[in-house]
Design a binder for this molecule. Structure first.
Ligand SMILES: [Cu+2]
Length: 113
């Protein structure tokens, strides 16, 4: 009788530990908002996850102008010169890809949870 009981217990413990690890991992609780640097013709970080209702501020550190242009449903920043910033608040959950309007090969992605 005792082996089946202990097997059940260790299975339960395994499930509990797996659940704890997922919670501690932090992926389920992203930052409220964030900052993205535009540096060396790249967005850094290029992939960022924030919470719904949070805002992101992009700051251009390059000597040339850049911008932030979202794919559908759209939205874009003005052209940002060196030292200029652009902020946007994300009220809807989803994954939003964007590029630089001046340099379409510059890619970034914001996930809102
Ligand atoms: Cu650019």
């Amino acid at each position: 009788m005792s082996p089946p009981v202990s097997r059940t217990r260790s299975k339960l413990a395994g499930i509990l530990i797996a659940g704890l690890a997922m919670t501690i991992g932090g992926a389920a609780w992203p930052d409220a908002g964030g900052r993205i640097s535009i540096d060396g013709f790249a967005f850094a970080p290029s992939v960022l996850t924030i919470r719904k209702g949070g805002a992101i501020t992009w700051a251009n550190h390059d000597a040339v102008a850049h911008s932030v242009v979202f794919g559908p449903p759209g939205g874009r920043s003005p052209s940002l010169g060196k030292g200029e910033t652009f902020s946007h608040q994300f009220d809807d959950a989803g994954t939003f890809a964007y590029t630089c309007g001046v340099h379409p090969y510059m890619h970034g992605q914001v996930t809102v949870q």
